[in-house]
Design a protein around this ligand. Structure first.
Ligand SMILES: Cc1ncc(COP(=O)(O)O)c(C=O)c1O
Length: 375
């Protein structure tokens, strides 16, 4: 059996090797390393994939959030409502741009933003609703967009984990994750569903003005060289990464179905273990399984299982061990019960393209064996 990895990027590379190597070789021959043809083409292809008007490539997913927040030009201290159970990037970029993250709770089964709880936290200072399409499925966008409209708020979708997933609105219309809010941001960190071989990110929007500002901000606040109209930064996707991403974007939907096959296998086998809560599917969204995260009955059970898996050569991860408001850098004196419950019990199993049945069977039988010894 191939050894089990949290994500086997090498196996995926071997499958794409001819196309990736050729794409990289073409960049090396052209030497258009910064702002090259592949960056321009990738931006067009990424916008088209989202059926959105604009995609602006940048240095990483965290920069993308910073650029999007700067582009909104909100009054200092404006509040950004975002889940307390999430990756740190939004909270961090709020503070860096002079805004205030206001954390709300999440759903215990889908782990996605609890819109009712978000609504309770709206004040006259709120400027943005920032749902995170966590682990690969869309936040409930019907209610988020309605709430934003009612209170005249921006919607920023953090789409770093769900690129390719599809949301079906209550009226039956479908939309890709990252194409529904005023602006969305994504990451091409290597382990992401659309990952490059270094750092990368992008902003997607239909808003002409936001697109123009994001493009300027990502490029030192200039649209004409050496004429700096606004305070900006230097955040670029390099051409080698864009060339790799162009190859992988064409395969993205196929990658998602491979992940879904592995997830279905886990569901089938783990769903009957009483101590495990398998990840629920959000009502109106497909799930592209950036991560397969299950919830254990108790924190002790999670640490016991994690140790047992590790001793049997199976990696696992905890996304995320601490609520954002309990992090030293962003501490706030609040308590979000579902966020805390999940932080203590959630655990991600190996997931990705190129997982074979033998590996899946091994993971499942090891988990089952662990629980058989616990009775
Ligand atoms: C939800 C979420 N947002 C933002 C980011 C930041 O992306 P990057 O690492 O490319 O800066 C990540 C990456 O881990 C993420 O998972």
């Amino acid at each position: 059996m191939r050894s089990v990895k949290m994500l086997d990027l090498y196996a995926q590379y071997l499958r794409l090797k001819d196309e990736i190597d050729a794409a990289m070789a073409a960049v090396l021959e052209r030497t258009d390393f910064i702002g090259g043809q592949d960056v321009k083409d990738f931006e067009k292809e990424l916008a088209a994939y989202h059926e959105s008007a604009h995609a602006i490539a940048c240095g990483n997913g965290t920069d993308a959030i910073q650029i999007a927040l700067m582009a909104m030009d909100l009054p200092p201290g404006s509040e950004v409502i975002t889940p307390g159970f999430s990756y740190a990037a939004i909270a961090e970029m709020c503070y860096l741009t002079g805004l205030k993250p206001v954390f709300c709770d999440v759903d215990p089964h889908t782990y996605l933003i609890n819109v009712e709880d978000a609504e309770k936290r709206i004040t006259s200072n709120t400027g943005v609703l920032a749902p995170v399409h966590l682990f690969g499925q869309n936040a409930p966008m019907d209610s988020i967009l309605a709430l934003a409209q009612k209170h005249n708020l921006y919607v920023l979708e953090d789409n770093a984990q769900a690129i390719g997933s599809v949301y079906t609105f209550a009226d039956g219309k479908k939309a890709k994750s990252g194409s529904m809010g005023h602006v969305s941001t994504t990451s091409f960190f290597p382990s992401k569903n659309l990952g490059c071989y270094g750092d990368g990110g992008a902003i997607v929007t239909n808003d002409e003005n936001l697109a123009k500002r994001c493009k300027m901000i990502a490029n030192h606040g200039q649209s004409v060289k050496y004429h700096h109209e606004v305070i900006g930064m230097n955040s670029r996707l390099d051409t080698l990464q864009a060339a790799i991403l162009r190859v992988k974007l064409r395969k993205l939907d196929g990658f998602a179905s491979e992940r879904q096959t592995a997830a279905a296998y886990y569901d089938r086998e783990l769903g009957s273990i009483p101590q495990i809560q398998i990840p629920a599917r959000a009502e109106n969204s497909t799930h592209v399984f950036h991560q397969y995260c299950m919830v254990l009955e108790t924190p002790e059970m999670r640490s016991g299982l994690q140790e047992y898996l590790k001793n049997n050569g199976i990696p696992s991860m905890i996304y995320y061990p601490l609520p954002l408001y309990k992090q030293a850098a962003y501490r706030q004196d609040i308590n979000l019960p579902v966020t805390e419950h999940l932080c203590d019990r959630i655990m991600a199993l190996p997931m990705g393209t190129d997982m074979d049945n033998e590996q899946l069977e091994y993971i499942i039988s090891t988990i089952k064996h662990y629980f058989s010894t616990q009775a």
